[in-house]
Design a protein. Structure first.
Length: 341
């Protein structure tokens, strides 16, 4: 079968393409840039998902669409979130419907839930807190609108925050501070329960859903996690450094980070500082009932990814190209806090 992956040169897109190629599937990647490590076995088309002509060209002969392209929180893209994550999704969905694809798989986000009561299920209200979350919910909505009109089957995957396989982003800052023995900080008492997701577990769930081709919404995260402070403390113990977990007042810190964000002085996006002090975890039993079982706990994935980061620090330190989750993040004003830690 022929598969189109939008955003195929990003973190998740590369994992999906690798798995499909290993199954001898035909893969087309549509992305705004070509990753230097993209396989020579894929057909690469450069362009934006907001361009209908380019999308239609990429869609020719496609059986299954994997819609992964999106602007993520770290980009702080403002109005562009809607243009790419909503309007771009509509362009891809309408093109797929016209092409008569057999399945459309959309990668959404846990941000569509905002700050919900936990555990989160498909019955939880969708109340995003910020522009990125609203754009991802908007993308889900336009996909459903197109699918309902055209009877196009679709699957919507909502992953928790992903760790593993060289993913940088905000975790680069955390790991680097721990490696150097700097203190790290939580907002509030650190007793909020946070669920993460290893990249391998996500791709295994993704490929299971592809195999089953069972339309619906699927929330994905590990089934073994604890409080934020427990996770950070366990990682520090594993790292063997002098780092300590320090506590900051929740409300004051959130407001300070908001002001710094508006001023362009902080790498943290609204999603980060609005939810860092809150519990957030999915009920993943529906996926387990389908035959999926996560291999990694929060602690497992943090230990593995930290060790990879330390072992490859020289290359991570110079990672300035690629998607937002595959390159180094500038610390900005956090550098000052780091020197005081």
């Amino acid at each position: 079968m022929k598969h189109l992956i939008t955003g195929g040169c990003g973190f998740l897109g590369m994992l999906v393409s690798q798995r499909l190629l290993a199954k001898n599937e035909q893969v087309v990647i549509l992305d705004v840039w070509r990753a230097p490590d993209v396989s020579k076995d894929v057909e690469f088309i450069e362009g934006s998902i907001t361009n209908p002509e380019i999308v239609d060209r990429a869609m020719k002969g496609v059986d299954i669409v994997h819609h992964i392209a999106a602007l993520v929180p770290l980009t702080k893209a403002g109005k562009q979130f809607h243009e790419v994550n909503v309007n771009g999704t509509r362009v891809v969905a309408e093109s797929a419907a016209r092409a008569g694809v057999s399945l459309f798989i959309n990668t959404s986000s846990s941000t569509v839930f905002g700050k919900p009561q936990c555990p989160i299920t498909n019955q939880s209200p969708l109340m995003p807190l910020e522009d990125y979350g609203r754009s991802k919910l908007g993308g889900e909505q336009v996909l459903k609108e197109v699918a309902d009109k055209t009877k196009m089957p679709f699957i919507c995957v909502r992953p928790r925050t992903i760790i593993g396989q060289g993913r940088l982003g905000i975790f680069q800052i955390l790991f680097e501070w721990i490696m150097e023995g700097r203190n790290i900080y939580v907002m509030g008492d650190g007793t909020n329960k946070i669920q993460f997701l290893h990249a391998d577990d996500l791709i295994n769930a993704y490929m299971l859903l592809l195999q089953l081709q069972r339309p619906g919404y699927y929330n994905v995260g590990t089934d073994r996690f604890g409080t934020l402070e427990e996770g950070l403390t366990n990682l520090i113990k594993h790292a063997g450094t002098k780092t300590k977990v320090k506590h900051l007042p929740k409300d004051l810190t959130r407001e300070t980070l908001r002001v710094l964000d508006i001023a362009g002085l902080s790498p943290l996006a609204p999603w980060h500082y609005l939810t860092y002090s809150e519990s957030f975890f999915f009920d993943v039993q529906p996926l387990i009932d389908l035959g999926w079982q996560p291999r990694y706990s929060n602690d497992d994935m943090f230990r593995e990814t930290y060790d990879q980061f330390v072992a490859n620090f020289a290359s991570f330190k110079n990672a300035r190209e690629g998607s937002a989750h595959r390159r180094r993040v500038k610390e900005k004003v956090l550098w000052v806090l780091k020197q005081l830690s």
